[in-house]
Design a protein. Structure first.
Length: 329
């Protein structure tokens, strides 16, 4: 398979041109990048090729991203027979939020996660990209004279760029990231409304946040963590998204370089979200049925004992890191 990005982008553009029907999908439990990149590409292709039938199809959504608009209705299976399927922001096939993708005639993967389980007839993966949306904007720029970027597409793509990069704070943000973001801003995005959608919370939310800081735990070497039990989820009315967003509250504590949230799924499994600065947590996550990015990974454990083991491992790893490195904060 060709892995030169320029050649692969050309292959993808040729495929898009040659198909009348295109299905776009993303990963389950979608975040801003998954929703933004799929809505953004769908809007980009609709404006560029009005004669094509383009469907954004997925099996789940996230309420806090509803402001980007609904997905399309699921087409009949026969729709796929002559269709190109494009899956964005999804590292592995089992995380695709569309069980029908195998019915398509050709499958394209566009992603920025670690590519340890490749899929697709054509695969464009750049692991160092800050978001999949950044890649879609790069794709637009590569074929600028043949594609039409609307304000609607730019708004969706900008949403994914700001959310996946922690508001352009993460180390994955490069000069190229900002040059591509600038292309979107030039379309006249209403960022006041966008950040209001992304940042504002109901008053009740802040009661939960206060509870988190009262009840979080800390290890000797600087791991901050919280167990989000079923009881807590019920008491504060947390849905899956709100429970998993707890990780974000732990990210600004000085000397606590690794932070973890353990979310009880209620089915015998516990979702683990791992975040860090200066040190990588990706390998730790991979030892607990997970993976992801260097400083933002996910994992799954199957008991609180296993959770404690993960915490001990994180603590030992961080202790060693602090003894052998300088300059961390
Ligand atoms: Mn992403």
């Amino acid at each position: 398979m060709n892995t030169d990005p320029i050649a692969v982008k050309q292959q993808i553009f040729n495929a898009i041109q040659s198909y009348k029907r295109i299905v776009i999908s993303r990963h389950i439990r979608p975040d801003g990048d998954a929703v933004g990149s799929t809505h953004g590409l769908a809007a980009l292709l609709r404006a560029s090729f009005p004669e094509k039938d383009i469907r954004l199809v997925s099996e789940d959504s996230s309420a806090y991203l509803a402001f980007l608009g609904p997905d399309d209705e699921t087409p009949d299976d026969s729709f796929y027979e002559d269709a190109l399927v494009i899956v964005i922001d999804t590292g592995t096939v089992d995380r695709v939020s569309n069980k029908k993708i195998g019915l398509g005639k050709q499958l394209i993967k566009i992603d920025h996660h670690i590519d340890d389980k490749p899929y697709g007839d054509v695969s464009w993966v750049e692991e160092e990209r800050s978001s999949a949306c950044e890649m879609i904007v790069d794709f637009y720029c590569s074929f600028r004279d043949k594609l039409t970027l609307t304000k609607e597409a730019a708004y969706a793509l900008y949403t994914g760029m700001v959310t996946d990069s922690g508001r352009f704070r993460f180390p994955s943000v490069t000069g190229e990231t900002l040059r591509l973001a600038a292309v979107l801003l030039d379309q006249g995005i209403d960022t006041e409304t966008l950040f209001a959608h992304l940042n504002l919370e109901e008053y009740e939310h802040f009661k939960y946040e206060a509870y988190v800081y009262e009840n979080m735990q800390r290890t000797e070497n600087g791991v901050a963590y919280l167990f989000v039990t079923r009881e807590m989820q019920e008491r504060f009315g947390l849905d899956r998204e709100a429970a998993s967003n707890t990780i974000g509250y732990l990210d600004s504590i000085k000397n606590y370089l690794i932070w973890l949230a353990f979310i009880d799924n209620g089915d015998g499994s516990i979702r683990v979200r791992l975040r860090s600065r200066f040190i990588t947590v990706q390998e730790l996550a991979s030892r607990y049925h997970g993976g992801g990015h260097d400083r933002a990974s996910g994992a799954t454990v199957y008991s609180w004992e296993e959770a404690e083991a993960l915490i001990r491992e994180a603590d030992a790893m961080l202790g060693e890191f602090k003894r052998t490195h300088e300059g961390w904060l």
